[in-house]
Design a protein around this ligand. Structure first.
Ligand code: CP
Ligand code: NVA
Length: 304
């Protein structure tokens, strides 16, 4: 079993990881030796704070071991991805891979002989969505029927929230005047629309007023953030998207929880005031990346 995307997971599998992750968080001692002598290999083409630490620290807390591989310090770039993943499989029990391109995650999943976890590509960020479902379950006591509005640029995180909604009955409304081209997944949107768990809206205030959770993410994905070739596009987005910033004025009087996968760009997609607002649950959300990564690893190893 892989986690390339939550699209081919069953509802039962998703719920099992969410509930298992809460159980692990509440009783970590019980799982202290769960992955004894097992190894998680972590291959990253892009930067990371949360996903990397969740994998590495999580594996240590489960009694196992993690190997971090910065893509540039390996021989992956010199060889066929399939060959190197086969090699890595022989050293590992699970592989966590953060690749630029979704096609490479698929390729890795096909050629590995151990489970592969997508640690965030240009199309999906499924480990984020599992942690988000866990956080919503903890805060609201349910995920089914929870109304989540995603505001900003429709991207990998947004896709994984839509997928999570499709699997669990969480209702996702997207208010996004911009979409990352690499994120487009019409098949997903059609399925989620049909299930009644996804819609788009251009009515920002109305959508927020009808929400339990308001969620945003960066307007520019990490691989482009400091890329000089993306500078003009970045400026265009900042100007166009400024009315969509989550700030005190937009959220005045709204009884909502505010989520962000982090890293947050204060003053852009979200104001610093809202990051610190009592309605913000983003630091619980980021802590839950650790617990949910542990739940996911145990699930993939068949020991949850
Ligand atoms: N939210 C998230 O995935 O953070 P990192 O990019 O720091 O891993
Ligand atoms: N959309 C963001 C998610 C970061 C965790 C990015 O890809 O940079």
């Amino acid at each position: 079993m892989n986690l390339v995307s939550l699209k081919n997971w069953s509802t039962e599998d998703v719920i099992e990881v969410v509930e298992g992750s809460i159980a692990i968080k509440n009783n970590p001692e019980r799982y202290a030796d769960a992955t004894s002598r097992r190894t998680l290999s972590m291959l990253f083409q892009k930067t990371s704070t949360r996903t990397r630490c969740a994998g590495e620290v999580g594996m240590t807390q489960l009694g196992g071991h993690a190997v971090f591989l910065d893509w540039r310090a390996t021989n992956f770039a010199l060889a066929d991805l399939r060959d190197e993943i086969r090699v890595l499989s022989a050293y590992s029990d699970v592989i966590l891979a953060r690749f630029l391109k979704h096609a490479d995650v698929v390729k890795a999943g096909e050629s590995a002989t151990v489970p592969v976890i997508n640690g965030c590509c240009d199309r999906y960020h499924p480990t984020q969505a599992l942690g988000d479902l866990m956080t919503i379950q903890e805060k609201l006591g349910r995920v089914e029927g929870v109304r989540l509005t995603y505001v900003g640029v429709h991207n990998n995180v947004c896709n994984s929230l839509i997928t999570a909604g499709l699997k669990t009955g969480m209702e996702v409304t997207v208010v996004a005047p911009e979409m990352n081209p690499a994120a487009v997944d019409e098949e997903l949107y059609e399925a989620a629309r049909k299930a009644g768990t996804y819609k788009t809206s251009d009515q920002l205030h109305q959508a927020i007023a009808n929400s339990d959770v308001v969620y945003t993410d960066t307007w520019v994905d990490m691989e482009f953030f400091t890329d000089p070739a993306f500078e003009e596009e970045k400026e265009r987005r900042i100007e166009m998207l400024s009315p969509y910033q989550l700030n005190a004025e937009l959220l005045a009087g709204q009884d909502v929880l505010v989520m962000h996968c982090l890293p947050a760009h204060r003053g852009y997609e979200i104001s610093g005031e809202i990051v610190e607002d009592p309605r913000s649950i983003m630091f619980d959300q980021s802590e839950n990346r650790l617990h949910s990564m542990k739940g996911l690893i145990l699930k993939l190893l068949g020991i949850l």
